[in-house]
Design a protein around this ligand. Structure first.
Ligand code: ADP
Ligand code: MG
Length: 140
């Protein structure tokens, strides 16, 4: 049961705080998709999730690495499909093996790998309202 949406955040700290709260509501094996334009706050939200799971080291965007894994209170796997649309490439880097683990998955631009997703996802939507306001929604 996800309780924190719909919310408007007014700066990146508020989006991180929302991620922090969200981290208390997830379970092993969850696959969360983060949908919205570049700069809408998806990665910022994941930073907050990791804070909420007692991860104190640096969290960076997986834009170029494609997959970042964090050994936090849960194993968090942060995936960014923006730059790579080729399914073969995702298969070659072992994406399906990640889904066999008991991690929790946060996926940006998940539509690019939608045929590889093994189960129902929790979908969050990020909207840019203006330079600082973001509307963050959860559609059940
Ligand atoms: P995405 O992963 O969706 O491309 P990022 O989280 O990497 O987006 O970047 C969001 C950018 O928007 C950052 O530069 C951040 O400082 C800025 N920003 C401005 N207002 C907000 C807000 N309310 N929430 C999140 N980020 C914001
Ligand atoms: Mg991002």
């Amino acid at each position: 049961m996800i309780k924190i949406f719909n919310t408007i955040t007014k700066n990146h700290e508020e989006t991180e705080n929302l991620g922090f709260k969200f981290s208390k509501q997830i379970s092993k094996g969850d696959i969360i998709t983060l949908n919205g334009d570049l700069g809408s706050g998806k990665t910022t939200f994941v930073k907050g999730v990791l804070k909420g799971l007692s991860y104190t080291e640096e969290v960076t965007s997986p834009t170029y690495t494609l997959i970042n894994e964090y050994n936090a209170l849960y194993n968090i796997i942060h995936i960014d499909c923006y730059r790579e649309k080729k399914i073969d490439r995702w298969l070659n880097i072992g994406l399906l093996d990640y889904f066999e683990t008991d991690g929790i998955f946060f996926i940006e631009w998940a539509e690019n790998i939608k045929d590889l997703l093994p189960k129902k996802t929790i979908d969050l939507f990020f909207h840019i309202l203006n330079s600082n306001d973001r509307l963050i929604k959860y559609n059940e």
